[in-house]
Design a protein around this ligand. Structure first.
Ligand code: SF4
Ligand code: SF4
Length: 388
């Protein structure tokens, strides 16, 4: 694709990178076939190729286009489009550049977006709000009510064990507030294997939410603090239990751009990658599992088939789910900011999962877990809690 960057953007890193990615696109439109919003809305501008043209227009004119804001807001950032692109266009990075450009040139936050950014990345605020929200849930919109799961209190045991391997568990702010049992359960599993476990009480948000919403500067501040808090040369691996956080931390080398960030990113593994050679036992009352692989795991981190292998080895039957490459509509803050589209995607996903007649639906990201639980008749769990 020919690109004529606006004069003011020629020497900028964002302009240079956007041009590099845009030039790779050959307009073929193969990506539209796998785009959930294009499939739902049938509008070229709600597919990746159309959005790429809108981003190109902004970088060529150095002006914010309100149509671009609208259609980029409707993008899930699921990155399914990258899987069918023959030219290797890094759409996820390009849409991030487009959103940052819009937010820097012409910031526009709704009250609700400001509220989300103030609450969600801070797990104590979120936990407090959920408690209050449960008292007044009858006045809340359905999209907010689904966040109000009963809060669990758990015992997190990180007492030292004898083994030499040392890992840090990444908790994720929403998961830590809503389902702390996931990390507690993983800590127990690892300690039984003789692995030393570290959990940081002062862990903050990885910056993923701000990044997803085009707030690059704020995202980088979170990332720098996250790095300062968690980085330890002696740790063998950082294990992510929420794939939405894992996909961000694995990209710290590019996003933060210093050697410690590169090392943290290189040593960050999804829990399924770390556990791929371990064997576990199943729960006695669960046999049939319908697995929903989050976009942040299958398209973002490109981790495929490991959860299935671990669960099958443990004795579960993994059911084939149609359209398993499609997003469930959770997508970070998307379910709250685009409730109508998100709801349609949820209905489709739940139908595909439930038609397999599972005992449980399992997934590996807290956003998907809460979102699916709001629409499913079958219990939705984090896959790690199925391991004994
Ligand atoms: S990231 Fe997902 S929603 Fe956005 S353009 Fe690509 S496939 Fe479509
Ligand atoms: S598939 Fe790739 S090259 Fe083709 S239009 Fe989409 S992004 Fe461009």
């Amino acid at each position: 694709m020919q690109v004529q960057l606006a004069q003011e953007l020629i020497a900028t890193s964002a302009g240079t990178r956007a041009e590099e990615i845009l030039r790779r696109c050959v307009h073929c439109g193969f990506c539209n076939a796998t785009c959930p919003t294009f499939n739902l809305l049938g509008d070229e501008l709600d597919g990746p190729r159309g959005r790429i043209y809108l981003i190109k227009g902004m970088f060529e004119t150095n002006e914010v286009d309100e149509a671009a804001r609208h259609h980029l807001d409707r993008c899930l950032t699921c990155r399914n489009c990258e899987t069918t692109c023959p030219s290797g266009v890094e759409y996820g990075e390009l849409v991030e550049l487009g959103r940052n450009f819009i937010e820097e040139s012409k910031p526009q936050s709704s009250l609700f977006e400001t509220f989300l950014l103030l609450i969600v990345p801070h797990f104590r605020r979120l936990r407090w709000l959920v408690r209050v929200g449960r008292l007044f849930q009858w006045i809340l919109a359905p999209s907010l009510r689904r966040l109000l799961q009963p809060l669990k209190s758990v015992v997190l045991n990180v007492e030292p064990v004898l083994g030499e391997t040392k890992v840090t568990l990444l908790q994720g702010c929403v998961q830590r507030a809503m389902t702390p049992d996931v990390v507690a359960h993983l800590a127990d599993l690892l300690r039984k294997q003789g692995i030393q476990v570290i959990v940081h009480d002062d862990e903050i948000c990885c910056g993923g939410l701000h990044l997803h919403m085009g707030r690059e500067e704020a995202a980088k501040q979170f990332m720098t603090t996250y790095l300062e808090t968690l980085y330890d040369e002696e740790v063998d691996a950082y294990i992510s239990t929420a794939s939405g956080c894992g996909v961000t931390v694995k990209d710290y080398g590019r996003l933060v751009g210093e050697s410690r960030a590169e090392q943290l990113a290189a040593r960050t593994l999804d829990a399924s990658e770390f556990l791929s050679d371990f064997s576990f036992k199943p729960h006695p009352n669960v046999k049939r599992v319908a697995l929903h692989n989050p976009c942040t795991l299958q398209h973002g981190q490109r981790v495929h088939g490991l959860i299935e292998q671990i669960l099958e080895r443990a004795g579960y039957e993994i059911l084939p789910v149609r359209d398993s490459h499609l997003c469930c509509g959770s997508a970070g803050s998307y379910s709250l900011l685009q409730p109508a589209l998100s709801e349609q995607l949820l209905q489709r996903k739940v139908a595909a999962l439930e038609e397999t007649a599972p005992d449980v639906i399992a997934t590996s990201n807290i956003g998907c877990q809460l979102h699916l639980a709001a629409g499913a008749n079958v219990r939705v769990v984090h896959w790690l809690t199925l391991l004994n």
